[in-house]
Design a protein around this ligand. Structure first.
Ligand code: NAP
Length: 369
């Protein structure tokens, strides 16, 4: 292990030359993708410790081709951990991330518990990697999956044109609601397959019965509500897109309006974006920026049927961008369509990238001592 102190400086001594990583929530939808991402990326970690609820203790999961036993979440589970990724519900992170930080780990948290805390940086390495270095609580937050699915592309366009407004409609996959969301859609698809359902009011709703974590049937449907209800009719997901985009881009006054819609896609969120800038834009310039932006793939040739879709983008790392058009009524605005795997860049990949930034910083600190 390498020690520098989670909350910015306390800490112990080196025991090995590769940092120890903990994955908290290793059994969940994000955790499962995290284990495959950790198996694919450069092997910078020493021990990788897998943590979940007591329900999963003793289960064996595969990471880096090896079987590793899951341990139950406890204070002792963080002994000797340099970096702890949290892929657990908000309330579990809220309680346990500060405990992990107090044990000396740098926490990278995927939940919504700390994202808007002014003492917790909200980091997307392609956009604001520098922010990860200042972490008074020893915690770095990972943005929500809807924001993450578009922000790399928007950050690149902002750097060139200066973003002033975002109007976003999302088409969100059911895996954004975790394993329960995936199971619910798969069960509903089995119930409606091969039937004539979807032709009479309420016939799908009656056939599927329990709608699981969603407020309406997901099979053969679109549902204009994701998250929980907040003030004035906005959903929590819609407010996250606004607040998190502002924080990541460092634009506290950015005008943002989002409508978040759940669609019957297993994994990969899509967003239709109207982006207004300080300066006039052209499709050619936007194409050039997007084609050269790290983490972005431009896929924009509708005459050839080339545009991003979730079915093509799922399981891949980049943000896919297509349908780039200049607004007919506003020379400062672009319309575009974006797809990003909500479990990869939208969650696990971004967390892994942040953890790698931290590991490099810890290694540099250890080398300088
Ligand atoms: N799904 C997405 O697209 C997405 C994107 C970005 C961020 N996130 C966030 O990432 C987090 C995980 O989401 P998910 O979709 O992976 O959820 P999930 O599939 O429901 O998995 C939850 C994980 O948390 C563990 N857990 C639950 N209660 C626990 C407790 N009391 N103590 C220890 N571990 C506990 C579970 O362990 P057991 O298996 O032992 O119960 C499981 O490993 C959430 O905060 C979510 O908002 C999700």
């Amino acid at each position: 292990m390498i020690r520098s102190g989670g909350a910015g400086g306390a800490a112990g001594s080196a025991g090995g030359d590769k940092p120890t990583l903990a994955v908290v929530g290793a059994t969940g939808a994000v955790g499962t993708v995290m284990l495959s991402i950790l198996s694919e990326r450069a092997d910078i970690w020493g021990e990788i410790r897998l943590i979940a609820s007591p329900r999963s203790a003793g289960r064996k999961l595969t990471v880096r081709g090896e079987q590793v036993e899951v341990v139950a979440l406890s204070e002792e589970a963080f002994e000797g951990v340099d970096v702890a990724m949290f892929d657990v519900p908000d309330e579990v992170s809220a309680q346990w991330a500060p405990i992990a930080a107090s044990k000396g780990a740098v926490v990278v948290d995927n939940s919504g518990a700390f994202r808007m805390d002014p003492d917790v940086p909200l980091v997307v390495p392609e956009v604001n990697a520098h922010a990860a270095r200042v972490r008074p609580r020893g915690i770095i937050a990972n943005p929500n999956c809807t924001t993450l699915s578009m922000i790399v592309a928007m950050g690149a366009l902002h750097a060139e044109f200066g973003l002033s407004e975002l109007i976003v409609s999302s088409y969100q996959a059911v895996s954004g609601a975790g394993k329960e969301g995936i199971d619910t859609l798969r069960e509903q698809l089995t119930l409606v397959a091969g039937t004539e359902l979807g032709t009479q009011p309420g016939d799908v709703r009656r056939a599927v019965g329990d709608t699981g974590p969603f407020p309406a049937p997901m099979a053969l449907n679109v549902v204009p509500f994701a998250g929980s209800l907040k003030e004035d009719g906005w959903s929590s997901e819609e407010l996250k897109v606004r607040n998190e985009s502002r924080k990541i881009l460092g634009l506290p006054e950015l005008r943002v309006a989002a409508t978040c819609v759940r669609v019957p896609v297993i994994t990969t969120h899509s967003l239709a974006v109207h982006a207004r800038f300080e300066n006039e834009v052209t499709v050619e310039a936007a194409h050039e920026i997007l084609a050269g932006a790290p983490g972005v793939v431009l896929c924009d040739d509708p005459a050839e049927g080339e545009f991003p879709t979730p079915a093509d983008a799922v399981g891949t790392d980049p943000t896919w961008v297509g349908r780039v058009r200049r607004s007919l009524d506003d020379p400062k605005a672009l319309e575009l369509f974006v797809c990003g795997d909500n479990l990869r860049k939208g969650a696990a990949l971004n967390t892994a990238q942040i953890a790698e930034v931290v590991a490099a910083e810890l290694a540099a600190g250890a080398a300088a001592r």
